[in-house]
Ligand binder design. Structure first.
Ligand code: HEC
Length: 139
């Protein structure tokens, strides 16, 4: 057990560390459309910095699918078609499907993921999303 006084001191130190942000500055200015879409759809599981939750939800940086082939990424995010690089059972969580989002929103959102958290992959275009959609429909 930690004595109450010492607990408060530790809490204060933790708050100071949080404020210092461990070197991660909050983004300046209003959130971009990509950031807003990420916050609304992905952040609860994949976390603000894309760091995920160990064993439950994967990080979106340093993992293969986010920065890999856009069609593989799109098929996973839109329809839950499992990529070879994401073997079943590695994470205990379940990911919902996002095929109901518009081509434009998915393009903006996934381009954000591919260029954030230290990622440097080429953007996803609405045409790529449309191609993934029609491939899924078998057309
Ligand atoms: C309810 C929690 C949840 C939400 C919301 C969620 N995900 Fe996931 N995501 C997961 C889990 C769990 C996995 C691993 C699933 C598995 O292995 O079966 C995963 C895996 C992934 C992967 C594969 C990462 C790798 O290891 O290569 C990507 C990419 C991804 N998610 C992107 C997204 C995007 C983009 C969004 C928002 C549109 C999103 N996720 C929303 C839980 C979530």
């Amino acid at each position: 057990m930690i004595a109450p006084g010492r607990g408060a001191a530790l809490a204060g130190a933790a708050a100071a560390l949080l404020l210092a942000g461990c070197g991660q500055k909050p983004p300046a200015g209003p959130p971009s459309p990509g950031q807003r879409l990420y916050a609304a759809n992905c952040l609860a599981c994949h976390q603000p910095g894309g760091e995920g939750v160990p064993g439950v939800q994967p990080p979106l940086a340093g993992t293969p699918v986010p920065t890999g082939d856009p069609q593989v990424l799109l098929r996973w995010v839109m329809f839950g078609e499992r990529p070879a690089a994401l073997p079943r059972g590695r994470y205990s969580g379940m990911m919902p499907q996002f095929g109901y989002l518009s081509d434009e929103d998915l393009a903006v959102l996934l381009s954000y993921v591919r260029s954030s958290f230290g990622n440097h992959a080429a953007p996803v275009t609405p045409a790529m999303v449309a191609a993934a959609r029609s491939a899924h429909r078998g057309g």
